[in-house]
Design a protein around this ligand. Sequence first.
Ligand code: FES
Length: 122
Amino acid sequence: MFKGLFSFTNTFTKRYFLKYSILIKNADKAIFCGEDKDLMTSLKSQSSLIPKGCHNGACGVCKIQVHSGKYVKSQMNRKHISTDEESNDVVLACKVFPKSDMEIEFIQKKKKNKYYLGDKIN
Ligand code: FES
């Protein structure tokens, strides 16, 4: 009986509250989210897949490229997201609220004083 109740509750929750599938391309894994919470808060339960961050737009570790899907966003911190990036669907996950299934990819923040293949040394 409890197993059936759990299954019903799980299906009900996914259908009405966690209705969007968010594919994290870096991790090759999808999770379900609702539209009432920002992506970082929704993805928090998958802590092994996402970077730890401030959840308020200050640190910039949640910078993502949105490959597909609809979303609404609140104001981006210009320290981390330029207007060009924003218009090309590069946003902070903690400022994004999904409105459909999405495909996203986390963009790693470069550490200062480290060089990466292809970087120019000035
Ligand atoms: S978690 Fe810090 S800016 Fe999004």
